[in-house]
Every structure is written in C-alpha cells, then in structure tokens.
Write a protein that binds this ligand. Structure first.
Ligand SMILES: NC(=O)c1ccc[n+]([C@@H]2O[C@H](COP(=O)([O-])OP(=O)(O)OC[C@H]3O[C@@H](n4cnc5c(N)ncnc54)[C@H](OP(=O)(O)O)[C@@H]3O)[C@@H](O)[C@H]2O)c1
Length: 375
C-alpha cells in the first residue's frame, strides 16, 4: 500500500472514531432531571430549573431540596437576584461550542442565575467571616432560587446597609466585568478619554460610573431614549447611535470598552489613539452566531493587534471577593449606584429573560423574592 493511501485510510479511521465518540457523548449526556425520583423534597424550596436547552419556555419554577451548607459554606436566603446575558446563553446552550463544557445534549447543571443578594441563614462549622443575620451579596450558580450556598472564601461579601437587596444583587457579574475591563485591561488613568459602546445596558451603566470614578473623561454610546440617563450617571459626552456613527467622531480615545461589538475593528481604530486600548466585552443576541457566536470577534482582535500599535482583545470577567469589595467601597463612597430597569418576581424569571433577550434593558433586570413571613 502506498504511503499516501495509508495516510488516507488512517485519516478516515480517526475521523470516524471522533464522530462515533461525539455521537456517544451526545447521546449519553444527561442531567439531574433524568433520574429525579417521584419523592417530594424533604425540605423544599422554590427554584428555577431547566432540564433542556431552549427558549425561556424551558424554565420551570419547581420545589427542590433546600441546600445544606457544608463546613466552609454560608446558606443565604436570597432576597434578590439579577439577570445577565450569560443566563440566556446557558439556558439556550449557545453558542453551541460552550456545550463542550455545559453539556452536549442537555445542560449538566439544571439551575440558572448567578447574581444574588440576601441574608445569611446558617453557616458551616469552619465559617468565621459571616454569621446568621448578615446581609450579603455575591455570585453563585443557581441564584434564581429561595436559597443558595456559597463558600465563605468565594464571591460573597457583606452588603452595605444603605444599598437595597435589589441594588446589591445587580452588581456582581456586570460591575465586575466593567471594573476588570477598565482597570485590568484598559489601565484607565485620570484624565484619559474613555468611550463606552453600549453605555445604557447592565455592563455599560456600571462602566460609565467606574470610568468616571477613575477620573476619566467618559463618552457613552446609546440610543436617543437613554441619552439623559447615561449623562446623569457621569458621561461627559453622549453619542446617539441612531443619529451618529461613533467611529466617525472627531475625538480620539485612550480606551474603548465595547459591550456591543457591532462595528468592525478597523472602523473602531479610527477613533483610537495610537497607543489606545480596545476591550471587547461582548455583543450579539440569541439569534446571532449560534455556533461560535461572540468568539469570532476576539480572535480577529487578537490577530489585528499583532499588526497594529493599539492593544486589542477581549476580557472575560472573573468573579472574586476582592473585586466585590472594591465595588462595595465605590458604592459606599457614592461613586457607583446601580441602575435598575425592571423587577420581576421569581415566578416570572422566564418573562424577565425574554425582556433581557430583546437587548433593550436600561441598566439591570432584577428578580425580587418574597421576604420571610410574607408567604
Ligand atoms: N466578557 C464578559 O465576561 C462579559 C460579562 C458580562 C457581559 N458580557 C457580554 O457583554 C454584553 C453586554 O452585556 P450587558 O449585561 O450590558 O447586556 P444588556 O444589559 O442586555 O445590554 C442592553 C443594552 O445594550 C444597548 N444596545 C443595544 N444595541 C446597541 C447599539 N447598537 N449601540 C449601543 N448600545 C446598544 C441597549 O440600548 P438601546 O436599547 O438604547 O439600544 C441596552 O441598553 C453582552 O453580550 C454580554 O453577553 C460579557
């Protein structure tokens, strides 16, 4: 057999083996819904559960077992939770490439929501930093529920007293994204010019205020109906994207934080200083780029930055208690105030997600939970 034919057969065999492995992995992937027994939970709590990927119709409010805190955990009675686009990415399992991690056919984890604020109800025996009765906020998968447990050394901190639970819940993912993008990637300095594309959304409303708190001169890009709101939270200049193209303005920016990703990188370069930094945060709706979706643009940004002086890349937020503490201090100092658009009860998480998916939220969309004694 010639070498060429042998290589051909080998390639075919490897491809077939990979296909069979992918098929088996797909068919055998399951989740807790597959083996849920008929027995009712001994200590029930209400939570949003989804057994299959799909639209918000897959979300169900169910009674499930209330979690028990481990030795290093705090058990938090959730008083408010906030939505982020990542919730609908997990719910839909899109872009599909993320299913390599979240479950090929069905979501491995059937609980939704990350941002929460609430009151500590119990603590594990090793917990020293929190006690029952403390009001806290943080991030933990499964936040759309009456209770969550979170390790004391993970993303959970005390809530400032003058902040409502709704305000505190709206902070973790969106504000940490804005903070890390501007501080760690953008290295924003006092007096620098910063442009925030998508200044009126969850990340954008925090980014405008955080950039201002760093002493930057902020321009916010938003639509007509949001101009006043974006000005009121600290943007010295606003660009109405329905009337003006932000990549054609005369100004040059030191940092561009892009929450929309709707313009080509070459266009954005027109408004960047030679040493400017472009930080892509995200963009796109549920119907955009289902296979690899938001991942195309960061690859382009990295490749482009090899050939130009400007720094271009994407930032992926990492929840941690240190940055929650930084944000708590900024809020206590009155430099950052969460902007809340709408609130929904826990039973209406599907409606809340449908609203967020329109891409029209002004600030944060928040879930409020009934307080003890009101049920
Ligand atoms: N990289 C990360 O770690 C990370 C973390 C969090 C979020 N993200 C991603 O970042 C993106 C933004 O998140 P978010 O929470 O801010 O979303 P969001 O709250 O749903 O954003 C909605 C806002 O986007 C604005 N918008 C829509 N089209 C626009 C346009 N063409 N120009 C300017 N503004 C526009 C809307 O304003 P109008 O109604 O006025 O159009 C609305 O206020 C999402 O794609 C999300 O997945 C990434």
């Amino acid at each position: 057999m010639s070498l060429k034919r042998a290589l051909g057969w080998s390639a075919l065999a490897v491809s077939l083996a990979l296909l069979v492995a992918a098929f088996v992995a797909y068919r055998t992937s399951g989740n807790a819904c597959d083996d849920r027994s008929a027995a009712a939970p001994a200590r029930p709590m209400k939570a949003i559960v989804y057994c299959d990927y799909g639209s918000a119709d897959v979300l169900k409010l169910e009674d499930i077992e209330k979690p028990t805190p481990g030795d290093d955990d705090v058990l938090v009675r959730v008083r408010a939770a906030a939505l982020n686009p990542l919730d609908w990415h997990y719910m839909r399992g899109t872009p599909y490439i993320m299913r390599m991690e979240t479950g090929l056919r069905k979501p491995k984890v059937t609980r939704l929501g990350v941002d929460f604020a609430g009151t500590v109800e119990a603590v594990g025996k090793n917990v020293t930093q929190f006690k029952p009765g403390d009001d806290v906020f943080g991030g933990r998968t499964g936040a759309f529920a009456e209770y969550v447990t979170v390790r004391q050394d993970r993303s959970v901190v005390l809530k400032p007293q003058d902040l409502t639970f709704e305000q505190a819940a709206s902070v973790p993912v969106a504000a940490i994204t804005a903070l890390q993008g501007l501080r760690d990637e953008g290295n924003v300095q006092p007096g620098q010019k910063v442009l925030i594309n998508g200044a009126s959304g969850g990340v954008g409303t925090f980014a405008v205020q955080i950039a201002r708190s760093f002493g930057a001169d902020v321009t916010g890009v938003c639509s007509t109906r949001n101009l006043d709101m974006v000005r009121s939270i600290g943007a010295g200049r606003v660009v109405d994207y329905t009337k003006e193209d932000f990549t054609r303005v005369d100004e040059r920016y030191d940092v561009v934080l892009d929450n929309v990703g709707n313009r080509s990188l070459l266009d954005v370069r027109h408004v960047m200083n030679p040493e400017g930094k472009y930080i892509l945060i995200g963009g796109g709706g549920p119907d955009d780029g289902r296979w690899i979706g938001p991942l195309i643009k960061p690859i382009k940004a990295v490749v482009l930055s090899w050939f130009v002086r400007q720094d271009m890349g994407m930032h992926l937020a990492e929840l941690n208690r240190e940055d929650l503490t930084v944000l708590r201090d900024l809020m206590q100092a009155g430099k950052v105030t969460p902007v809340i658009d709408r609130t929904y009860p826990l039973s209406e998480v599907p409606e809340a997600i449908r609203y967020l998916e329109t891409g029209r939220a002004r600030g944060k969309v928040v879930i409020t939970l009934e307080q003890p004694g009101t049920e």
